[in-house]
Design a protein around this ligand. Structure first.
Ligand code: GLN
Length: 466
């Protein structure tokens, strides 16, 4: 069948289901169908086509597409249309992928439920009363419901892997530096990484091969050759895989059904000839406090630019609202009003936390100490990876929860990152894979992690479960 027919198949599903899922925002099928027709014409005329020719891919709303709204699901950026493409978008266009539209997300990628979005929550197709997770909730929902075969998300503390887990999809966070962040609206620059969602490991392998690679516009992207991940994972590994399971994974708060799924995954590995051993990552138990200092600190700095002068929403009415404000210059009042109107409550909380932990007199006590913990976490992984190739564990401590259940309890929401945050702090890659269903029929995610730039090993290990 033609690319147009293939794209139409997905478009029909978007039309049928998106109103209930709220995964894609202001969806317009025409540009995608037009791209597909152009690809069909080129195919007919015998022109060579790129590796993703005709493959639809939906894009999280924090990845810039030239001339298209890119809002981070924030009122602050409601009018932003970037004059340039993100590096990954340029690569997808070159590969002849079909950009299907923009995806719902938590505001500025801050959250684990997609509920902080200015467009309202995305819904989990397994049960639309439940959250698909976050912050890439729209991406997970869209791929789980086959509105798109693949999607791009971003992962700062788990935002690709956790929603993948809650929706039974595959979600990959590459190594920090594997994929250019140029054109990804920054949340926490030392943790952010773009990565793919798919239904199978091969899907994410294919997309990663296209989007990976060094980019002069992102000084943290690393100059290492990009393997063809699909071919790499299809070839057999040279020696049996060594799998580690950390004792710290089975602490308080882990749903027993998820624990059994991880133990079952370990048996599957063994039956496939892998050796499974117990390891320890003692400092990962401190990942949540370290993450919720480092990430807000960087966010407060990155988001300082949105004040209505050059970047971001500008308030119309900034007359003094109190006696104190009367003495402030109009410019300052304009910035204050613009930020108050533009940012939602979670983003505001992060900016306040971040500003506090960086302030004189507190920076050593909080920020610098969190960086030391971050280093210890990285050392734990380095030590563990001397003995094992991949680490197996849960992705999320709980399966999909109800929309509204956790949003008024930020600490409960933050604790959902307990198994994903350590990989971002250490810069290593991680993948979430479907690991069966709970008795009540909700997807369970299992996570694999590997050393930096060992995506081939990670993806090959992930295939054990398919
Ligand atoms: N849940 C985490 C947070 O709110 C992670 C978000 C992300 O990875 N973008 O910060």
């Amino acid at each position: 069948f033609s690319s147009e027919e293939a794209v139409r198949g997905f478009v029909d599903r978007v039309v049928a289901y998106n109103a209930r899922l709220n995964a894609l925002l202001d969806f317009d099928p025409e540009p995608a169908l037009e791209q597909a027709r152009a690809i069909d014409a080129r195919r007919r005329s015998g022109e060579p086509l790129g590796p993703l020719a005709g493959v639809p891919i939906a894009i999280k709303d924090n990845i810039c597409r030239r001339g298209e709204p890119t809002t981070c699901c924030s009122r602050m950026l409601s009018n932003y249309r970037p004059p340039f493409d993100a590096a990954v978008i340029g690569k997808l266009r070159e590969a002849d992928a079909i950009l299907l539209g923009r995806l719902n997300m938590d505001e500025f990628a801050m959250g684990s439920s997609n509920e902080t979005s200015a467009y309202g929550p995305a819904r989990n197709p397994w049960d639309t009363d439940r959250s698909p997770g976050g912050s890439s909730g729209g991406a997970a929902s869209a791929v789980a419901a086959s509105l798109a075969p693949t999607a791009l998300g971003s992962d700062t503390g788990g935002s690709i892997r956790q929603p993948a887990a809650l929706t039974g999809t595959v979600g990959l966070k590459p190594t920090y530096g594997r994929v250019s962040r140029y054109g990804l609206v920054a949340f926490a620059s030392s943790l952010d990484q773009i990565g793919p969602f798919g239904r199978e490991v091969a899907d994410v392998a294919r997309v990663l091969s296209v989007i990976a690679g060094q980019d002069p516009r992102d000084a943290t992207s690393v100059d290492l050759p990009v393997p063809d991940y699909l071919t790499a994972i299809e070839s057999k590994g040279e020696r049996p895989l060594r799998v580690g399971i950390a004792r710290e994974f089975f602490g308080e708060g882990l749903d027993p059904e998820i624990e059994s799924a991880v133990r079952e995954a370990s048996r599957i590995f063994e039956s496939e000839g892998a050796t499974v051993s117990k390891i320890s990552l003692p400092n990962t138990t401190q990942a949540i406090p370290a993450y919720y200092i480092v990430a807000p600190a960087e966010a407060s700095s990155n988001l300082a630019r949105y004040d209505g002068t050059i970047f971001g929403h500008r308030a119309e009415d900034f007359g003094p609202k109190s006696e104190v404000e009367k003495d402030l210059p109009a410019l300052i009042r304009m910035m204050m009003a613009s930020r108050a109107e533009g940012f939602g409550p979670e983003v505001t909380r992060r900016i306040m936390l971040g500003t506090f932990v960086l302030s004189a007199g507190y920076a050593d006590q909080y920020y610098v100490r969190a960086l030391k913990v971050r280093r210890l976490i990285r050392d734990d992984y380095d030590r563990a990876f001397r003995d094992v190739d991949v680490i197996l564990g849960p992705t999320s401590p709980v399966p999909a929860f109800k929309v509204g259940e956790k949003i008024s309890d930020p600490l409960a929401m933050y604790l959902l990152d307990v198994y994903t945050g350590p990989a971002n702090l250490a810069g290593i890659p991680g993948i979430s894979l479907p690991g069966g269903l709970t008795k009540s029929g909700l997807p369970i995610g299992i996570q694999l992690q590997a050393p930096a730039f060992a995506e081939e090993t990670l993806l090959r290990a992930a295939r054990t479960f398919e």
